[in-house]
Write a protein that binds this ligand. Sequence first.
Ligand code: CU
Length: 127
Amino acid sequence: MVRRMFFLVSLLVIVAAVIAACGPGGGGGANPAAGQTVTVDGSEFAYTPNEITAKPGEQVKVNFKNVGTVEHTFVIKDLNFKLTAQPGQTVSGTFTAPQAAGTYEIHCDIAGHTEAGMHGKLNVVAP
Ligand SMILES: [Cu+2]
């Protein structure tokens, strides 16, 4: 009987250890690398919003929605990141914010659009 109890207790300890090992990190719920999602509208000739703030190394998913009447792009040159959307289209992509805190330029690379006001900023701010 005592031996049987010992066996059951051992089993419980093992189960608890397995659950603990799979806990934090496994699910990724509160993991900062899980990141954020931002929706940016592009029109003639602006981004709304025109600033994005992220933590170093954070994953940022961008839903770029072209609410204008001509083709627009969403480019972060420093990160080699580019989305192109036709009028009425929403295009999504994910980039990883740089480790270096600072301000990175976002712009539409279609001729004349940046100059007309289609630009914004990615602010990388350490927590
Ligand atoms: Cu544009």
